[in-house]
Design a protein around this ligand. Structure first.
Ligand code: HEC
Length: 144
């Protein structure tokens, strides 16, 4: 019985160590503060945004009484601790409200990049990944 308990404890510790190591590696390779999109991508996003989204969200992205702001405190209020995959899916499945999903996936990714830029998250060398699992591990968090 004592042996059985010891075994259980060892197994639990191993699981714990695994969980901790995968958590920390997830954080180190995909923090939103590491530059997860490129300037070029944000520029493409800006063009699409001007064509499709400003009508409701405004040129300054601050929205109006009917449409939420996509920048600053109000953006962080809703999106803090949520992942870029969630933001991508939200836009892809619901925006523009008049015609959801009407843009190519690449364009929705460019729009995520543009929103990150407008919320002052840093850009990097590469475009935002097209891998849903990868961007699912990038969380919107305040500057550490
Ligand atoms: C016809 C008006 C309209 C257009 C066009 C539009 N939106 Fe929206 N958007 C809204 C409204 C209203 C909401 C709030 C309701 C909701 O969250 O579904 C919203 C919510 C959002 C949210 C979530 C905001 C939050 O704080 O949770 C995002 C992100 C967003 N829009 C992005 C976009 C993007 C990107 C485009 C262009 C592809 C776009 N929207 C086009 C009206 C619009």
């Amino acid at each position: 019985m004592a042996v059985g308990l010891n075994k259980a404890i060892v197994t639990l510790c191993a699981i714990g160590a695994l969980a901790v190591s995968s958590l920390s590696s997830g954080q180190s390779d995909s923090s939103i503060w590491d530059g997860v999109y490129s300037e070029e991508q944000a520029k493409r996003g800006a063009i699409t945004f001007a064509e499709v989204c400003t009508a409701c969200h405004g040129e300054d992205l601050r929205g109006d009484s009917n449409t939420p702001s996509l920048v600053g405190v109000s953006f962080m209020f809703l999106w803090e601790q949520r992942s870029l995959a969630e933001l991508f899916v939200k836009m892809q499945t619901e925006m523009p409200t008049s015609n959801p999903g009407s843009l190519p996936d690449d364009s929705y990714r460019d729009l995520v990049a543009y929103l990150l830029k407008m919320n002052r998250f840093p850009s990097g060398a590469d475009d935002l990944s097209a891998d849903p699992e990868k961007i699912g591990r990038i969380f919107i968090v305040p500057q550490p």
